[in-house]
Write a protein that binds this ligand. Structure first.
Ligand code: ADP
Length: 430
C-alpha cells in the first residue's frame, strides 16, 4: 500500500510548494529546482531561471559597490562542495532584482546543505534562505526609535534644566523685588521723618515769632530756620536728582575740570561745619597734571555726599579728602575716623535705600539714597566707587575715574569749560 502511494507521489510538486525559500543547485551551481516561495521572494519565474547558473540569475547589484552577497554565497557554496558539510552563512544583504528590473534590499540568512551520493560525493546543494528583512528592519527601527527616544530624553533634560534655572532666576528676582519693596517702605518712613524734622524745627521758632509782640525772629532762631530750610532743600534736591537718574533724565555734560581746585573748594565749604564739631579736616588735593573730564555739578554731588556722610558718622578724630593721579586713573578718597561699617553691611552699602539700622550718627538726617546716588553718578563717569571700613576705626570711600575722555560718550563731551558762578570760600556749608 505504501509502495502504491509512493509511486503516485509527485515529489516535484511537493518541493515546489514547500513552505520556505529553497533552491536546489547542481555542483556546477545551476538551478534545478526552486520553491514557489523563493520565486515570489525574488520576483522571478521558474521557467526563466531553471537550468541557469545561480550567479547569472542573481548577480550583485552593479550600482552598489559595497555589495558582497554574491561573493559570500560563492565562498559558502565552494566550502560545501569541498567539504561535503553544511555551511551556514551570516545574515546577508542582497539586492534582489524585482520583476520591474529594479533592485530591492533583502536581508537573508542562508544555509547550504549538500545532498551526498552513496560514495559521499556532492550531488546537489540545497540552498535554503530565511528572509529576515522584516526582522532587520524592525531592529533598525528599534535602534532609530531608541536613538530618537534618547534624543528626546536629552532634550527634555536640557529643557527642564533651563526651566529650573529660569525658575531660580525668577525666585531670585522675586526675592530682590521683595527686598526692594521692604527698602522702599523703609525709605518712605525715613523720608517722612526727614521732612518732618526740619519742618518742626522751622515751625517752632516761626510760631514763637508770630506770637511775639514784634512778630520778628531772634537771630539764633533765624539761623535755625535758615539751616533747616537748607536741609529741606538738600533733601528735595537729592530726591529729585535720584528720581531723574532713575528715569534716565539726568542731563550730563562732561568737560575738562581742574578737579583738584574744585575738590579743595568743596572741602573748604565744609571746613566750618567740620571744625565746629572739633573734628580736624585735612585736604590733600595737589595740582594734577591734566584736567579731568567730569560733569562739574555731578562731581560736586559726589564729593559733598561723601563728605557729609563722613561728618555725619564721625564724632571725633579727623576727616581727610585726598586726590591722587595714577596716569590712567585719578582717585579721590574721603576718609574718616567715624563709626565704620560692619562687614555684614559693606556689600549692600551702595544699594538704594539701604541704611544701617541703629547706626549712631551726628544727625538723624538720612534717606539711604546718598551712596546709591554716588554710585550711579560715578558709574555715569565710567568710574568705580568702593569702600574700606572697619567698625570703630573709620571708613575710606574711594572714587576712581579714568583720565582722558575716550571712555565717555562723545556727544556728551565738550572741550569748553562752562562758565560757573564765582565761588567764595567763606560760605559755610549746612
Ligand atoms: P543716608 O542718607 O542714610 O546717609 P547713604 O546712602 O548716604 O544714606 O548711606 C547709607 C548708609 O551707609 C548710612 O545710613 C550709614 O549707615 C552708612 N554710611 C555711609 N557713609 C558712612 C560713613 N562715612 N561711616 C559710617 N557709615 C556710613
Amino acid at each position: 500500500m505504501s509502495d502504491e502511494y509512493a509511486s503516485s507521489v509527485d515529489y516535484r510538486a511537493f518541493f515546489d510548494h514547500a513552505p520556505g525559500l529553497f533552491l536546489v543547485l547542481t555542483p556546477e551551481l545551476r538551478i534545478v529546482a526552486v520553491t514557489n516561495e523563493y520565486l515570489a521572494a525574488t520576483m522571478t519565474r521558474r521557467e526563466a531561471i531553471l537550468g541557469r547558473h545561480i550567479f547569472d540569475v542573481f548577480p550583485d547589484n552593479p550600482d552598489d559597490k559595497t555589495a558582497d552577497g554574491t561573493s559570500n554565497l560563492r565562498a559558502s557554496l565552494a566550502r560545501v562542495l569541498a567539504t561535503g558539510a553544511p555551511d551556514t552563512m551570516a545574515v546577508q544583504k542582497y539586492d534582489v532584482r524585482g520583476s520591474d528590473g529594479a533592485f530591492q534590499i533583502k536581508y537573508w540568512s542562508p544555509k547550504n546543505v549538500p545532498l551526498l551520493s552513496a560514495a559521499g560525493a556532492v550531488r546537489f546543494v540545497i540552498h535554503r534562505v530565511e528572509d529576515v528583512t522584516d526582522l532587520v528592519r524592525a531592529a533598525e527601527l528599534g535602534d532609530e526609535l531608541r536613538g530618537r527616544t534618547s534624543d528626546m530624553e536629552r532634550e527634555v533634560l536640557a529643557r527642564s534644566r533651563e526651566l529650573a534655572s529660569a525658575n531660580r532666576a525668577l525666585r531670585h528676582a522675586n526675592e530682590q523685588l521683595a527686598q526692594l519693596d521692604k527698602a522702599k517702605s523703609a525709605f518712605f518712613n525715613n523720608i517722612s521723618h526727614e521732612f518732618r524734622t526740619p519742618l518742626t524745627l522751622m515751625l517752632g521758632p516761626l510760631e514763637d515769632a508770630q506770637a511775639s509782640p514784634d512778630r520778628a525772629l531772634r537771630s539764633d532762631a533765624l539761623d535755625m530756620v535758615h539751616r533747616n530750610a537748607q536741609r529741606l532743600l538738600r533733601l528735595v534736591n537729592s530726591l529729585l536728582d535720584f528720581a531723574r537718574l532713575e528715569a534716565g533724565q539726568l542731563k550730563v555734560a562732561f568737560e575738562p575740570v581742574d578737579i583738584s581746585a574744585d575738590t579743595a573748594y568743596l572741602a573748604s565749604e565744609f571746613r566750618w561745619a567740620v571744625e565746629r564739631t572739633g573734628i580736624q579736616l585735612d585736604v590733600d588735593c595737589p595740582p594734577l597734571p591734566a584736567p579731568v573730564y567730569v560733569d562739574p555739578t555731578l562731581w560736586e554731588k559726589i564729593v559733598l555726599n561723601l563728605l557729609s556722610n563722613a561728618l555725619k558718622f564721625t564724632s571725633e578724630g579727623r576727616i581727610r579728602v585726598a586726590l591722587r593721579w595714577h596716569d590712567e586713573r585719578v582717585e579721590l578718597s574721603v576718609s574718616d575716623t567715624g563709626i565704620g561699617i560692619s562687614a555684614e553691611h559693606l556689600p549692600r552699602i551702595f544699594e538704594r535705600f539701604h541704611r544701617v539700622e541703629g547706626a549712631s550718627s551726628r544727625t538723624h538726617e538720612g534717606t539711604g539714597i546718598g551712596l546709591a546716588l554716588v554710585h550711579e553718578l560715578v558709574t555715569l563717569h565710567g568710574g568705580q566707587v568702593r569702600v574700606d571700613s572697619a567698625p570703630g576705626v573709620g571708613s575710606t570711600f574711594f572714587v576712581s575715574l579714568p583720565t582722558g575722555n575716550a571712555h565717555l560718550p562723545a556727544e556728551r563731551v565738550s572741550s569748553r569749560v562752562s562758565a560757573r558762578p564765582p565761588r567764595s570760600t567763606s560760605a559755610p556749608h549746612g
